[in-house]
Design a protein around this ligand. Structure first.
Ligand code: ADP
Ligand code: TRP
Length: 333
């Protein structure tokens, strides 16, 4: 086992999708064999949009089940729920003293959320990057497997870690985004407009819980055109996206065939989408079926959560004690 610590989280804001799988979970599954890993359901992070309290529990249980169904082994990693670890909000409070209003307001995700929900630009939204930094630094993580959209948040986590170390003495390693040396991933939506996401663009996002029929329908609806009429025509974004999706689930020969068809202006997008749909169905079906089974067994999920909580608190309480001491908050000795 290598010594670098790994942390990553997924918000409990809805159904997991191919972006979560290929941007994050696929790497969790590989990393669990090589590193000490802490993976969690970021339920506090989901509160920024004021979700219905009744939906929190099913959402948290589903995210746990879908992670396990995707190959995460709760025996090998600490798999826990963020709100089970009180050390995280305490470190968040400390880090907020090192986070400046100007830089928080400039964060791309804050600006986007503030635009989308102008009536609810709350302080939790503004300080989202400090909570995320606390999630990571509480275990002194070095590697954070995430998709491309999290790059800026990781940069902020490094800044906060450096500031803490500079002011109070070396405590935190600098956390870096991780994708086995490759560029971070962004899985495009099926309509070519932005990325797959839990809550936006539902018809152009493939969820791990989608039925075979729904998968086929969504893929067949993906935007195409008449096809190129001249050789060497550059691919429009929405066609490139279909090829990118194919690369995730289809065999190399299949992909080569359609690339050649495109180059020779003979591509039949209907056939290509049928192939993509079937390969997606084959990929998603076993994960969906396993996740459904797991969700029926709440007792086991509760046991997993509890065991993850014990492992995570063990590590978190040590770091928090060191952080308190470094800041001078140790009044009984
Ligand atoms: P969402 O954005 O769908 O609500 P989260 O914010 O909880 O999902 O993200 C959980 C993980 O999944 C993060 O590591 C994030 O970078 C990754 N992720 C989400 N969407 C995509 C995507 N379309 N492509 C690649 N990675 C993604
Ligand atoms: N902010 C991440 C997202 O929106 C989720 C997240 C919360 C996270 N805390 C984290 C990811 C810590 C990695 C590490 O996708």
């Amino acid at each position: 086992m290598k010594k670098e610590i790994v942390v990553s989280g997924i918000r409990s804001t809805g159904f997991l999708h191919l972006g979560n799988y290929f941007g994050a979970i696929r790497n969790y599954v590989r990393m669990q064999e090589e590193y000490p890993c802490y993976f969690f359901v970021a339920d506090y992070h989901s509160l920024t949009t004021h979700p219905d309290p009744l939906l929190l529990k099913p959402n948290v249980y589903r995210v746990l089940a879908e992670n396990i169904a995707s190959g995460l082994d709760p025996e090998k990693v600490a798999l826990y729920v963020q709100s089970d670890i009180p050390e995280i909000p305490e470190l968040y409070l400390m880090l907020n003293m090192l986070a400046y209003k100007g830089e928080l307001e400039k964060t791309a995700s804050f600006k986007e959320k503030a635009r989308n929900q102008p009536d609810n630009v709350n302080a939790g939204l503004l300080t989202y990057p400090t909570l995320m930094s606390a999630d990571i630094l509480i275990h002194k993580a070095s590697f954070v497997p995430v998709g491309k959209d999290q790059e800026q948040h990781l940069e902020m986590a490094r800044n906060f870690a450096q500031r803490f170390n500079h002011r109070y003495g070396e405590l935190f390693p600098e956390p870096h985004p991780f994708n086995f040396g490759e560029a971070l991933v962004k899985i495009p939506s099926l309509d070519g407009q932005g990325k797959m996401s839990k809550s936006e663009n539902e018809n152009a996002t493939l969820y791990l819980a989608d039925t075979d029929e729904v998968i086929r329908k969504k893929v067949m609806k993906a935007k195409t055109d008449q096809g190129p009429s001249e050789e060497n025509t550059p691919m429009p974004d929405y066609i490139q996206n279909l090829f990118d999706l194919m690369k995730l689930v289809s065999g190399e020969e299949v992909i080569r065939k359609y690339q050649l068809d495109y180059a020779q202006c003979q591509i039949r997008y209907g056939d290509m989408k049928k192939q993509l749909a079937e390969d997606m169905v084959d990929f998603i079906r076993p994960i969906r079926e396993k996740a459904i089974e797991l969700q029926k067994d709440e007792d086991t999920l509760r046991k997993i959560m509890k065991s993850g909580k014990d492992k995570a608190r063990d590590s978190a309480s040590k770091t928090l004690e060191e952080a308190r001491k470094a800041m001078g908050i140790n009044f009984y000795c």
